[in-house]
Design a protein around this ligand. Structure first.
Ligand SMILES: [Zn+2]
Length: 70
């Protein structure tokens, strides 16, 4: 099941975060995209974790499962 999306903050202001497709943060971004975040997916959880880990290598804060979706 592809229930997860990965958020990349281009300003490195926060961790690369995994959210659920149903999360309000993701749904808001679909309606009002911001210029500072990129969303990847949807993926299944394994693929989301692999993607988050890979993306986080460009940044300094690491990655995690977002609190709102944990
Ligand atoms: Zn979330």
């Amino acid at each position: 099941m592809s229930d997860y999306v990965v958020m990349e903050d281009k300003l490195d202001a926060t961790e690369v975060k995994i959210h659920k497709v149903s999360c309000g943060h993701y749904q808001n971004n679909l309606k009002n995209p911001t210029e500072t975040t990129l969303w990847h997916g949807p993926y299944d959880l394994d693929h989301a974790e692999t993607t988050a880990e890979m993306l986080s290598k460009q940044y300094t804060k690491g990655w995690k499962l977002a609190e709102c979706c944990n």
